[in-house]
Design a protein around this ligand. Sequence first.
Ligand SMILES: [Zn+2]
Length: 147
Amino acid sequence: MTLSKFFKYSLPIGIAGIVLSIILFVTNLYYELVVPVIENSSLEGAAFDFFDDLIFYTPCIFMALFAAYLIAGFIYKRKAQLKVEDKVTEDMIGENEAVQKVLDDRAAFLKYKLYTNCPNCGSPRAENETDCRFCGTSLIKNKSTEK
Ligand SMILES: [Zn+2]
C-alpha cells in the first residue's frame, strides 16, 4: 500500500475517529457502562484498577492515534501538493526557455543582411537559411552593425 492511498481519506477518517473516541470516552465517563461488567468479574485490587483505567483511557489513546493520523495525512498531502507545484513551475520554466531560445535565434538571424540569391551558384535563398542549400556557400552579406 502506498502512502498516498494510506492518507487518501485521512481527513474524514481522522475526524470521524476523534469524534467516535470522544463519544466513547464521554459515554463511558457519564454512564460507566463497563464498570458493572468489571465489578461482576472476579478482578480485584491492582488488576481491577488496571482494567478500569484501560477502559477509560483506551478512547483517549485512540483519539491521539486518529489525531496523529490526521496530522500526518495533512503534512503528507501538503508535501505532495508542493511537489506537484514544483514540477509545474519547472515545466513552465523549461517551456519559457525553449520559447526564449527560438526568439534569440530569430533575433540573431535578423541581425544579418543576406543575399537573396547564392553568390556562388545563383540559386534562390530559402526562408531562414544562412547557407546555400546547394553549394553550402554562406549567404550572409555582412553583419549589420548596431548603432
Ligand atoms: Zn550556392
